[in-house]
Design a protein around this ligand. Sequence first.
Ligand code: C5P
Length: 293
Amino acid sequence: MTQVIVTAPAKLNLALDVVGLLPNGYHELDMIMQAVALYERVTIKRADQIQLFCQNPIVPLNEKNTAYKAAALFFAHTGIKGGAHITIEKNIPIQAGMAGGSADAAAVLVGLNVLYGAALSLSQLCELGVQIGADVPFSLVGGTARVRGIGEKIEPLPTPNPSAWPIVVAMPGRGVSTPQAFARYDELGGGVHPDCAAMAYALRRGNMAQVCSLMGNSLQATGSAENTEDICAVLRSHGALAAMMTGSGAAVFGIFDGEQEAQQAQNQLAKEYRFAVVTHFINCGTKIAAIKE
Ligand code: C5P
């Protein structure tokens, strides 16, 4: 085997509750996460060293990149003497709260595991993943899940019917740094605390109206994202059942019950914002898309 192509999906937070502050400065979270059909596509070839390639000039091609960290950790953990030529096709917006960096790391872990025949289990990959970023375990597992701890405790939930609930995601001009968003939350406090247990129950019952009414994000009110309320207002004016910022921002999404309304909201948002798409829920995570022998 000489090459693998891996796809890793973006996530949205249907709920994000900051539960507490841990001694290491990280925040204990309770979240409902949902994978959506927007994918990083990562091509990995065997090489002597770790080398990154990406057409997007904002992406650092060095050891700060989550993909690089994932490869370095994989080789250190397995003891395999090797490297990888990693090409990232970035389709998830950067600093959006959609786990794009975590998706890249997840893709590298899954790809190298197959390319080098390491046979690590999904839970072993998750254990490595959380050392790189809090959202990497969910990027690996995907689907719909209640996620706790800093992101390592994952309880899968049923995925709502993707075709019944189209999603519109829009990203304002400027992204948000995750550490800064948490620092502002610590400074300013307050915010909402969505009931994730109730949302998990609603998802199990397939009660989407209830899911929408329980949506909330502790980081939204204290966040520094631009245009959050403007985008929510556009989404609601086109019939979104609920609209909210995802993760630490800056992307905002709305849940619709009709494709036409979703398309109209996307059309309007695309005129004003650099990224606006209609997408849908998916019930999977990071996957091998192709293998070249
Ligand atoms: O792990 P990740 O790289 O996604 O986290 C980026 C930053 O976000 C961390 O350095 C930390 O400041 C903050 N964070 C946090 N609590 C979490 C996840 C992230 O405080 N559960």
